[in-house]
Write a protein that binds this ligand. Structure first.
Ligand SMILES: [Zn+2]
Length: 471
């Protein structure tokens, strides 16, 4: 599952307000978020270092529709825009390795990939890796053999090739039997009742694993290989993200993606997220804990979200739709927060941004600016649960999220079935984070590129993207 950061950094500002980056004498800030949260550092298979060729042959192939490959290209390593992103990533990565050497020893430094389209996104696509082992599926009901069985750790699901017309391509890193065992143990650690056994050159999955298939009636008897997902050492940026905005706003997008990367979000079991908690006057300083009082609310929400599948509210029955609306109203009335991977990436990204020497307000500014541009381009359809447009959100921000009666405002999260909260909620949440964390632009180690050259780089990139589109 791709984690998409919709970041439309925008505006024509050329000014780069990069905090106090001149004062290089200060030590780097002490980071407060633990990078290893929910990640077992002894499992190196969560990340995999991939080459440019592997990125192109596997990830671009798999996502060619998103990449609009027919009309776009991928920036070569020496491309100045790609190098600019890489520069910031390298600085942030070095800073983290200094602070968390143990946590990062199995994590390859992330590489920037740049797709030359006008889209304003950044994404981490998980990559499939295979074990080079034939799979025998016990208790299957069909006599079929399939190419791959793939386990998706974030959903806990086993499935065949996702698209029958297009085989899943996977990285083959030739694992030993012991490594294979460790990979299987890690993959199945959080699913209940799926037994597996390495047998010679093959792999046997017990009949209890059939529960993990979406289509339990049509489980193949065998597969030529078994695939699992890992975080590739590649973060994909789409050129539009660079074309519109100020460089410091872009750095928040980079930091947000890097937070997803280090936290291995695409391969962390989803059950760790979607935690519901009551918003108090101030944000908690640590990861929000599920509220016991919201246990039945959380259960009902989880059931309805599961019933939606990929089709959203349309997949619900009429009574379910009514219940869904009631729960959304309750969530708003009781100021119920929901801790998702996206929220975590925002919060950790904020800290990385500041540690790098960028002023903390830039993160909130990024989200407000994204909302402004979305409204301008009418990309955002006003929804009953998300009535906050840019004007209202900016007003809330300007009055420090207090109502006329000086009571704290609660900005609607928006659609609770979507991991990205509404842009205004994200701005609201990061404002609240800044209230409880004494973040200050450290002016630590990183020495930023001189601001000169950013505008030129944007103009060149825009011309290049336009030219590709015309071809
Ligand atoms: Zn994200």
């Amino acid at each position: 599952m791709a984690l998409v950061m919709k970041g439309l950094a925008g505006g024509l500002g050329l000014l780069i307000t990069l905090g106090a980056c001149q004062s290089l004498s200060q030590p780097p800030s002490k980071l407060q978020h633990d990078l290893g949260q929910m990640i077992d550092q002894s499992v190196p298979y969560q990340w995999v270092d991939i080459s440019d060729n592997e990125y192109r042959d596997i990830l671009m192939y798999e996502h060619e529709k998103e990449f609009k490959l027919k009309k776009s290209g991928i920036a070569p390593p020496q491309h100045p825009a790609r190098q600019r992103i890489q520069y910031h990533m390298d600085q942030i990565d070095a800073l983290l390795r200094e602070n968390f050497p143990d946590q990062l020893k199995n994590v390859p430094p992330p590489k920037a990939q740049l797709i030359l389209t006008r889209d304003s996104n950044a994404v981490i696509y998980p990559i499939s890796q295979c074990l080079s082992r034939r799979v025998q599926m016990q208790g299957s009901t069909s006599k079929r053999e399939t190419r791959y069985l793939e386990f998706t750790r974030s959903t806990g699901r086993l499935d065949e090739d996702r698209a029958p017309d297009k085989p899943v391509l996977c990285l083959d890193r030739s694992f030993t039997a012991a490594e294979t065992q460790a990979i299987l143990d890690w993959n199945f650690a959080e699913v209940q009742g799926c037994s597996y056994r390495i047998e010679g050159a093959g792999l046997q999955l017990g009949s209890d694993c059939i529960e993990l298939f979406n289509d339990r009636e049509n489980v193949p008897e065998s597969a030529k290989d078994f695939a699992f997902e890992a975080v590739p050492s590649a973060i994909t940026f789409y050129a539009g993200l660079l074309i519109d905005g100020r460089e410091d706003l872009l750095i928040f997008d980079i930091a947000h993606e890097m937070a997803h990367y280090y936290r291995a979000h695409v391969v962390v079991a989803g059950s760790h997220f979607g935690v519901y908690y009551e918003l108090k006057e101030k944000n908690p300083t640590a990861r929000p804990q599920p509220s016991a009082r919201l246990a039945s609310f959380a259960r009902e929400m989880a059931e309805l979200i599961a019933a939606m599948g990929s089709r959203g509210v349309a997949a619900l029955s009429a009574p379910q739709k009514i219940r869904w609306r009631e729960l959304q109203t309750q969530a708003y009335d009781q100021s119920i927060g929901q801790y998702t991977r996206e929220q975590e990436a925002d919060e950790l990204g904020l800290e990385l941004l500041v540690a790098y020497g960028v002023a903390p307000e830039v993160a909130v500014e990024n989200l407000l600016e994204t909302l402004r541009l979305d409204d301008l381009r009418a990309k955002r359809r006003p929804a009953p649960q998300d009535p906050w447009d840019y004007a209202r959100c900016k007003d809330g921000f300007d009055r420090r999220w207090q109502s006329d009666e000086e009571r704290p405002l609660f900005v609607p999260i928006g659609d609770y079935s979507e991991e990205h909260h509404s842009l205004c909620y994200r701005a609201f949440n990061l404002s609240r984070e800044l209230e409880v964390h004494p973040y200050q632009a450290s002016g630590g180690k990183p020495k930023l590129l001189p601001p000169a050259g950013w505008k030129r780089l944007q103009e060149d990139l825009q011309k290049e993207v336009l030219a590709l589109k015309r071809n």
